[in-house]
Design a protein around this ligand. Structure first.
Ligand SMILES: C[S@@+](CC[C@H](N)C(=O)[O-])C[C@H]1O[C@@H](n2cnc3c(N)ncnc32)[C@H](O)[C@@H]1O
Length: 284
């Protein structure tokens, strides 16, 4: 892994990995890796709490579920699946605040078993009505009504980004809503300041800045989300938001019949929801 990182030109990441505990053959100690992942994600959760990112998610997800209820023709239950849920902060917070209503079942899915185990342990300790599954979000036996994620999109590069959206469009889901770092000029410096101030382990500090540098532009996200059967929309694109306040903003993909009810449910805030045809007019 160290030589791979060096080949990619990421010497800092190579140094961080080289400092992790290994066995006699140089294989990373899996328990130490699990512990590190949990501790870095715990620090990430604290940053989310400070930036009140999850309240901003509810600001969009609430109207989205209102639009779904208005058009569904049945009383639910509906299902929200958080792809790459990490420690499950979003799902646990939605369960604790009941912000989306009792008819929305809350599920977090992650490929990392240690994070899923810890998310489940925290949910049980807090007595919350939500579930966590270890595995690939697209291999679940039951499809989602709405797929969401936070801080995951920048991991998908090139064709993998459109494939990610296409898989959701091909399912029976009615919408997706993915929050990721807004690619502003200030994002890498902002990420450096916040992660330097709030995170202790070099991995968290390095990953924060690397993630901001990998953030997708508004144009890239909207183009990738333009897949058959889906109306792609961006909430608070770069030209509409204060770059000092923007951290994460979502790209949405909705079944076309949901657009009008969603705009109605958002009220005045629907002016901040733009499609590809308006994006050129909003970019600075
Ligand atoms: C940067 S972490 C974000 C964790 C969490 N959303 C947060 O904000 O703290 C990205 C996570 O996505 C997970 N992931 C990526 N693709 C996935 C998939 N197809 N199904 C489930 N988890 C996935 C990875 O295992 C990783 O834990």
């Amino acid at each position: 892994m160290v030589s791979r990182l060096l080949e990619c030109g990421d010497q800092r990441a190579a140094r961080i990995v080289a400092a992790l505990p290994t066995d006699g053959d140089g294989v990373l100690d899996p328990l130490a890796v699990d512990r590190l992942m949990i501790s870095v994600h715990t620090e990430l959760q604290r940053l989310r709490e400070e930036l009140r990112i999850d309240d901003r998610l509810v600001h969009v997800l609430g109207p989205l579920f209102a639009a779904i209820r208005a058009t569904a023709g049945h009383g639910g239950p509906f299902r929200l699946v958080d792809i790459g849920s990490g420690l499950g902060y979003l799902v646990r917070r939605l369960a604790a605040t009941r912000a989306l209503g009792p008819d929305v079942e809350l599920v977090g899915v992650d490929l990392d078993a240690a994070l899923v185990g810890e998310a489940g342990r925290l949910a049980r300790a807090e007595g919350l009505a939500c579930g966590f599954v270890h595995g690939n979000a697209f291999d679940l036996p039951e499809a989602a009504t709405v797929y969401v994620s936070t801080g995951v999109l920048h991991h998908f590069r090139g064709p993998a980004l459109a494939d990610f959206f296409r898989a959701q469009a091909a399912s029976s889901a009615l919408a997706f809503c993915h929050f990721d770092i807004a690619a502003t000029r200030l994002a890498p410096i902002g990420a450096w300041v916040f992660h330097r101030a709030r995170m202790r382990h070099p991995l968290g500090r390095h990953d924060g800045v690397a993630s901001a540098l990998r953030a997708h532009s508004d144009h890239t996200l909207l183009s990738a989300a333009e897949v058959p059967g889906i109306r792609p929309l961006l909430y608070e694109p770069r030209g509409m938001a204060n770059p000092f306040c923007t951290t994460l903003r979502p790209v949405l993909g909705i079944r076309p019949h949901l657009e009008e009810p969603l705009r109605r449910a958002l009220g005045r805030a629907s002016r901040r929801l733009v499609g590809p045809e308006q994006l050129a007019g909003t970019a600075r």
